[in-house]
Design a protein around this ligand. Structure first.
Ligand code: HEM
Length: 448
């Protein structure tokens, strides 16, 4: 079945019409913004929230490297490595006419862009389409400067290593219970039975919102799909994305679990530390990125350990390597393929001029496979030096990184004393505009 992506739609007329619709009909209390009406968030809340869809329509600079690939097609999503290689080979920054976006795929350049949030801003959204960039205003992910720092501090009250130390024993007990159960089974699904267990059973409850886990997963996955260009996949996910947005707008302190993470941000809104609208948008920060990302990373871990029995042996002999295994699974899997940034000022990368207002996809997944940075990048190794970009880097580096690490550590620590051999088979890849990894895979454990 073909995905009917239309190259003209990415930042084009349909995108503009949808963005105008979002502004005019979905966003309450509009204010002024460049070229139209603004969102409920004032520039005082969010010091870079200006939005100009016409900026997205500018073309490439003559002579700039150009590639006619579709970064979001079914074929690319099923086998991304070749497209990523073409992008890295074509140049430091490459124009994609199909999407009317720039893309960066080399480790050094992506890292440099992530460390320069004065130029590569997130406050105009990190999606490849203008509607999602309007609707995600107010989140931590889509903010800059002081507004971003304030929101991030608030999230860290729940997600810092110190705050999470209390849940470590709970995660370890849950991980041991699930590994025991899976040992008793002839085979299981490495994604839904193994990787999804901790995010769904433990993390979703810590967030504390009154929606069932199935819907939370749908919101999360849809939320990542609608970060893509205005293609079929984005449009299909739009109802889930909009329901998620509506849910966040209607949430009240009274409707979330007392003492939960969601309640902590809503209470900050009630107390005036955040605006009420900002606090509601920030509930998205807990729900959207906390499930699928970690599920995909844990499934990659299981796959890598199953397909590299010698590495599993090594890990069992030396459990101090558990943290290295989690980091390597995130590098190799790169659950988040990339986010976009809008240029706040004119810039230049390797002699290629980028204009203010243009949008660039920062492709973490490609950077993590850059052969000039990682020797034999396709190999799963517990001995790599230095960081990778799977959790991002710089001001917006993943604020839930520690949580995802402790979940993966708990699973490995539960497996080490019990499992002699991991078998994996029949991987099915996930099709999502922003996420990558396994939708399902068959697995079995051979106990000690
Ligand atoms: C292995 C699992 C995970 C991966 C691979 C991952 C990946 C990422 C990446 C690449 C970014 C950078 C965004 C950017 O550059 O614009 C990010 C940011 C973020 N992540 Fe994660 N993430 C994971 C788990 C989590 C979890 C468990 C949470 C829990 C709430 C979370 C919440 C966030 C938030 C709120 C941000 C925005 C931070 C900011 O803008 O300052 N993530 N994540």
């Amino acid at each position: 079945m073909r995905d009917a992506e239309d190259p003209r739609q990415a930042g084009g007329l349909l995108g503009e019409r949808l963005a105008a619709f979002a502004h005019n009909h979905l966003l309450p209390a509009p204010r002024e913004f460049i070229g139209g009406r603004e969102t409920a968030y004032s520039p005082a809340d969010d010091d870079n929230h200006v939005f100009n869809v016409s900026m997205l329509r500018r073309g490439a600079v003559a002579g700039a490297p150009t590639l006619s690939v579709d970064l979001y097609s079914r074929a690319t999503l099923l086998k991304p490595a070749e497209t990523y290689r073409q992008i890295r080979q074509a140049g430091a920054v490459v124009w994609l006419p199909k999407h009317r976006l720039w893309v960066m795929g080399r480790y050094r350049d992506v890292r440099q862009a992530l460390s320069d949030d004065e130029t590569y801003c997130s406050g105009n959204g990190v999606a490849a389409n203008p509607v999602t960039n309007v609707l995600t205003a107010g989140t931590t992910l889509a903010s800059d400067g002081e507004a971003h720092a304030k929101r991030r501090r608030q999230l860290l009250q729940s997600l810092s290593a110190k705050a999470l130390s209390a849940i470590d024993p709970v995660l370890q007990a849950e991980a041991s219970a699930v590994i025991d159960r899976l040992c008793d089974r002839v085979e299981f699904d490495g994604v839904s039975d193994f990787a999804a267990h901790l995010p769904i059973r433990v993390v979703a409850d810590l967030v504390g919102v009154d929606i069932d886990h199935h819907r939370m997963l749908k919101y999360g996955r849809g939320g990542f799909d609608v970060l893509g260009p205005t293609n079929t996949r984005t449009l299909k996910a739009a109802p889930a994305g909009l329901s998620f947005w509506h849910y966040a707008r209607s949430i009240r302190s009274a409707s979330v679990k007392p003492g939960s993470w969601a309640q902590s941000v809503l209470a900050a809104g009630d107390a005036g530390a955040l605006s009420p609208a900002e606090a509601k948008a920030m509930v998205i920060d807990f729900i959207g990125p906390s499930l699928d990302t970690t599920i995909l990373a844990s499934a990659q871990l299981l796959w890598s350990l199953g397909t590299h029995p010698e590495v599993w042996e090594e890990l069992r002999d030396n459990p101090d390597l558990v943290p290295a295994a989690a980091v390597e699974a995130v590098r190799l899997g790169s659950p988040v393929r990339g986010f976009t940034r809008m240029l706040k000022k004119d810039s230049e990368v390797d002699g290629i001029a980028l204009g203010r207002g243009q949008r660039v996809v920062l492709l973490y997944a490609s950077a993590n496979m850059d052969e000039t940075q990682f020797e034999q990048p396709e190999v799963f190794s517990l001995h790599r030096k230095g960081a990778n970009l799977g959790w991002g880097f710089g001001a917006h580096a993943c604020v839930g990184m520690h949580l995802s690490k402790v979940e993966m550590h708990a699973l490995m620590r539960a497996m080490i004393p019990r499992i002699a051999r991991i078998q994996v088979d029949k991987p099915v890849r996930l099709l999502n505009n922003t996420l990558q990894g396994f939708q399902s895979l068959r697995a079995s454990f051979r106990a000690q």
